[in-house]
Write a protein of this length. Structure first.
Length: 186
């Protein structure tokens, strides 16, 4: 029986400022409130897991081997803020990609494969968990997995195609507000 609760966090636009197809750790910039917000969630007993689409691999913008140094940089920067990121799960696929990466898969958000894999590996109770993202595909992935979802409204969503599964449980202007809401609605 799964016992832990988690907060699944999207990367680009949510945890870090979105620099399209960036894999250069030197250009990586955490949101100003990322450390304090995630530390508050961690202190409230949540396991923190990064879940991110990395279509740049499939589209030939960078090799998959460029990602581990980026994950290390994110983990190190969060550790400097007193935050332990338990794991990173990513999807390198895209239907318009090339080679083996050109596929419809269960891990590319809005599908929930990344969250479900993380839940199995880390003993996560999905109904007691949350997904935070900056677009409705993140919200949908969280809901598909059985989590509650927070939309970080930072002007990243452009389509606003709301359906019941794509309607966030809460909309927050920043990570501080999102983390406060999650802690209050455990």
């Amino acid at each position: 029986m799964a016992v832990k609760r988690a907060v699944f966090i999207d990367k680009d636009g949510t945890l870090v400022h979105d620099v399209p197809y960036n894999v250069d750790p030197a250009r990586l910039a955490l949101r100003a409130d990322a450390g304090s917000s995630l530390r508050a969630l961690q202190d409230a007993g949540y396991t923190l897991i990064l879940v991110t689409n990395q279509a740049g691999v499939a589209l030939g913008r960078f090799p998959e081997s460029a990602l581990p140094p980026l994950w290390s940089a994110i983990i190190e920067r969060l550790e400097e803020e007193g935050v332990e990121l338990t794991a990173v799960y990513y999807c390198p696929h895209h239907p318009a990609g090339v080679g083996a990466y050109a596929q419809h898969c269960d891990c590319r958000k809005p599908q929930d494969g990344l969250l479900r894999r993380a839940a199995r590996a880390h003993d996560i109770d999905l109904p007691r968990s949350w997904m935070i993202g900056d677009i409705l595909d993140d919200v949908e992935a969280g809901h598909r997995a059985g989590c509650r979802s927070v939309l970080l409204d930072v002007q990243s969503e452009t389509e606003w195609q709301l359906t019941p599964i794509r309607t966030p449980d809460y909309v927050a202007p920043d990570l501080t507000t999102a983390s406060r809401h999650i802690a209050e609605h455990a």
